[in-house]
Design a protein around this ligand. Structure first.
Ligand SMILES: [Zn+2]
Ligand SMILES: [Zn+2]
Length: 378
């Protein structure tokens, strides 16, 4: 049974673009010539993986491949396919595009077009920070610590054991790119031996394997602004991973989520609070004191005869509006709790009380509903 591009990448035929990229990345990193110097088999495997990915990551090529099958595709079927002028695997941009597209961000790159002597930058890091609604309300400063690729202390980030440093890559003669003939086309791709750097390390540091970076604990102070929205993303420039061999550092991204509060909910800049009162308080009217998220007292006066689910709005007592000297509103929803679990004596007292009421005056809604109902339903 011949292999096909799906089994080569170890994915199912229903693989998504994201999964496909992930599979290619992990496999290609394993067989990357840089990690397997002089290993022809690994190099061949790397090439096949890249061909498989190049085909399956292109919707049109993948559809055509699925249609004609592996053998037909390899035997020139691709040239009859959509956009298929380049034939097997190398049409269009070829490897250089795949290589940069997939490895570019892994290597902290996105450095299209700057091959020789371009320094790799460090990777971007993600930090998840969960804060309380009170913290989101006031804003605060905190120090976070995380593991980040940092300059290796054995070689001071040079990647070289003895400090002899770099020598010109013999595969590309220092240009960082190699050209190869593919049918009628001459294509250029980054040199895999030196990863497009043009130079390689002669005696790699054993601690960091020539990368010049090892994981270390980093600390950084960050300031969370008042009114920070839920799911906000903060970029802390230059606090990501160190760049390999002295390259510029990546960025740190802090993803902020706001934990649910027990009494307040937030909708954009407005705050909502449910305030339960008794039937007696609803009849008589009452005065309540609630605490703001900043621990300030908020007086709430509930007038006599307040109906359930009445919303009382306090202007400008909501969340600070991020970036403005403004605040949203606070909405207090009055809930009237009907007593349950009454003793028969208490129920008796209630019915005596209700018998004294003039129903038309005490319950106009109830009265008018049944008046209409009688007319409609007879
Ligand atoms: Zn080192
Ligand atoms: Zn090279």
């Amino acid at each position: 049974m011949a292999e096909d591009f799906y089994s080569i990448l170890g994915v199912s035929r229903t693989v998504t673009a994201v999964e496909l990229k992930k599979a290619y990345r992990s496999q290609a990193m394993k067989y990357h010539p840089d990690r397997n110097p002089g290993d022809k088999e690994a190099e061949e495997k790397f090439k096949i993986l890249s061909e498989a990915y190049e085909t399956l990551s292109d919707d049109q090529k993948r559809a055509h491949y699925d249609q004609v099958g592996h053998e037909a595709y390899k035997n020139g079927g691709a040239s009859g396919g959509p956009g298929g002028m380049g034939g097997f695997g190398f049409s269009g941009g070829g490897f250089s595009d795949i290589f940069e597209e997939v490895f570019g961000d892994f290597m902290g790159g996105g450095r299209r077009g700057q091959r020789a002597s371009a320094q790799e930058s460090g990777e971007d890091l993600k930090y998840e920070l969960s804060i309380t609604l009170e913290q989101a309300y006031t804003g605060f400063e905190t120090e976070i610590s995380y593991n980040a690729p940092s300059a290796c202390s054995t070689c001071n980030g040079s990647g070289s054991k003895s400090g002899t440093g770099l020598k010109t890559c013999s595969a590309c003669h220092g240009s960082g790119a190699v050209r190869m003939q593919q049918g009628f086309f001459m294509i250029e791709r980054p040199c895999v031996t030196c990863r497009g750097q043009g130079q390689i390390i002669e005696d790699p540091c054993t601690t960091c394997h020539g990368q010049g970076i090892t994981d270390k604990k980093q600390k950084v102070k960050i300031k969370i602004p008042a009114g920070v929205p839920d799911n906000a993303r903060m970029r802390v420039s230059g606090k990501g991973g160190a760049g390999p061999r002295g390259g510029p550092p990546g960025d740190l991204y802090v993803f902020i989520t706001v934990k649910p509060h027990e009494l307040y909910t937030r909708e954009e800049n407005d705050l909502f609070c449910r305030l339960p009162i008794t039937v007696f308080e609803a009849i008589q009217g009452t005065q309540k004191t609630i605490m703001s998220l900043e621990n300030d007292e908020i007086e709430v006066s509930i007038p006599a005869g307040t109906q359930p689910n009445t919303i009382l709005t306090k202007r400008k007592l909501g969340m600070p509006v991020h970036g403005y000297r403004e605040k949203g509103d606070l909405h207090i929803e009055v809930q009237v709790e009907v007593p349950t679990k009454l003793t028969s004596k208490q129920k008796q007292a209630f019915s005596e009380f209700y018998e004294q009421l003039d129903d038309k005056k005490a319950h106009p809604e109830v009265n008018s509903f049944w008046k209409k109902a009688k007319k409609l339903w007879g």
